[in-house]
Design a protein around this ligand. Structure first.
Ligand code: NDP
Length: 481
């Protein structure tokens, strides 16, 4: 079986594949470390060319009737569905995530975003505002050229989640994937072109932070949408402010999952597993601080470890594999450091540990305290920290005692309590008796350090458009002098 995933060219600019002029960018399969493609980064001139092409093509795209733009997105969604198997295999090679996940969670979610915004876009209208004799109306207009910058954990989903609302509203997008996972966005560019997207409307440039920074600073760029860590978010937000650009920031988290003692045990354990170990724990919204009310603590830990013993770890291309490798040796080393720090600080390792090579097993800590690094810092790996609590008030206070505010979950059979607690949790996305479900119909995004703006749902439309007010005079103009 060939693991060669070399694309036609490293970049996609102005409607065609183009070779990069910058430094080499090798792509490794996280499971074996094998090089599966060798790309070249974009030069500064190529980033500028992609933005120029976008600015040139965007007005005609924005002038189309929304249903015409929608047709392109719908066709692209259909092409993704037809090719889901091949695309998912590539996603697995790029990220190391198990094929049983990529087949259902990555391109599938991207296709749903394209379908959803294809349906929603043509329904977007302005307001008519009566003013007596005169009147006013509003137009929701494109921003122009948007820069998209992605993280490595859901590379193709992130590209689609950003492209779909941007394009339906008549914008063009220049997208830079993470250097770790550059392949999926190129596929998306090819599929959109095949679906009839005009040249220049969706381009892909590759490279590390300098390329992202050049993109953010390009004078044609009106909006920057970043998915990444908080430190990167700070830098990109500051750079965007220089040009008063709009931003969407989808950043990291250390989200609380609160399990009250009346919770359905099996469901709470299942949700905690999804909230910590899916995609080897490399998910921004993960509920990595699991607060357990006293009476449920031991039964929860017993059942959790019993279920984790059954997990199948290994070759991500084997359809039976449930937990794959970590995306890169550097990321695996960081996770191991965090685990070692947890042990050194006195937290009790209930299961898991450092693992070997590319693999870190599902790791659970108990008897942790709020001041430990494993409780405070985002680890972005399969590491769950469990914390004991006594009552509701305490759980809310400690859950909110973090700079992050991306997500939160509550498990209880008491619905009044569930809603009462959720109302007080400082998080952009909350789940009651569920975790990590992000349907395209629901807004997704963070508060506090976890970000600005929302992806998915009708809320995303506002973040990829601007409002123009038009006052219409219907009679004589009366000037005072
Ligand atoms: P990083 O913040 O390291 O990178 C994100 C992207 O920004 C990458 O494409 C990176 O390029 C690029 N970049 C880095 N520096 C700059 C800069 N100065 N200017 C412009 N672009 C820049 O995140 P990771 O890729 O490591 O992803 C993990 C992080 O993403 C975690 O914190 C996670 O929580 C968060 N995340 C948030 C999600 C959300 O929706 N809220 C979803 C998924 C992840 P390169 O990688 O090539 O250096």
């Amino acid at each position: 079986m060939s693991l060669n995933a070399q694309p036609a060219a490293s970049l996609f600019i102005d409607g065609r594949p183009v070779e990069g002029e910058g430094a080499l960018l090798p792509v490794h399969y996280p499971y074996t470390g094998e090089e599966i493609a060798s790309l070249r980064q974009a030069s500064a001139a190529q980033v500028a060319a992609a933005c120029r092409a976008a600015a040139r093509a965007q007005p005609a795209w924005a002038a189309l009737a929304p249903v015409e733009r929608a047709r392109v997105l719908s066709r692209a969604a259909a092409l993704i569905r037809e090719r889901n198997e091949e695309l998912s295999r590539l996603e697995t090679l790029d990220t190391g995530k198990p094929i049983q996940e990529t087949l259902v969670a990555d391109w599938e979610s991207g296709a749903q975003a394209l379908e959803f915004f294809a349906g929603l876009g043509p329904t977007v209208t302005g307001q008519m505002i009566p003013l007596g004799r005169d009147w006013a109306y509003t137009r929701r207009e494109a921003l122009g050229v948007c820069a998209g910058i992605g993280a490595w954990n859901y590379p193709s989903q992130i590209a689609c989640w950003k492209a779909a609302p941007a394009l339906i509203m008549g914008n063009a997008m220049v997208f830079k994937p993470s250097e770790e996972t550059p392949l999926g966005a190129l596929k998306l560019a090819g599929i959109l072109a095949e679906a009839g997207l005009p040249a220049g409307i969706f381009s892909v440039v590759q490279g590390r932070a300098e390329v992202g920074a050049a993109l953010v600073a390009d004078p044609h760029v009106a909006k920057v949408s970043l998915t990444g860590s908080v430190p990167t978010g700070r830098r990109v937000y500051a750079a965007a402010a220089e040009g008063m650009r709009h931003v969407t920031m989808e950043l990291g988290g250390k989200s609380p999952l609160i399990v009250f003692e009346d919770a359905e045990l099996e469901d709470a354990v299942g949700a905690a597993i999804l909230a910590n170990f899916y995609s080897s724990g490399q998910i921004c919204s993960n509920g990595t601080r699991v607060f357990l009310q006293d009476r449920i603590r031991q039964p929860f830990l017993d059942r959790l470890t019993e279920r984790l013993r059954q997990i199948r770890i290994g070759d991500p291309l084997d359809p039976d594999t449930q937990l794959g490798p970590i995306v890169s040796p550097a990321q695996a080393a960081q996770i191991r450091q965090a685990i070692a720090a947890g042990q050194a600080a006195g937290a009790r390792l209930v299961c898991g540990g450092a693992g070997e090579g590319a693999f870190v097993p599902p790791t659970v800590f108990a008897d942790a305290t709020d001041d430990m690094a494993i409780t405070r810092d985002e680890i972005f790996g399969p590491v769950m920290t469990t914390l004991a609590f006594e009552d509701e008030e305490e759980a809310i206070r400690r859950a909110n005692a973090t700079g992050f505010g991306l997500a939160a979950g509550v498990f209880t059979r008491d619905l009044a309590r569930a809603h009462r607690v959720v109302a007080r949790l400082e998080a952009g996305t909350c789940w009651i008796n569920a975790y990590n479900l992000t349907p395209v119909e629901m807004p997704f995004g963070g508060t506090k350090l976890s970000g600005i703006g929302r992806e998915n749902s009708a809320a995303a439309i506002e973040h990829y458009s601007q409002l123009k007010s038009v006052y219409v005079g219907m009679g004589a103009v009366e000037a005072p002098y």
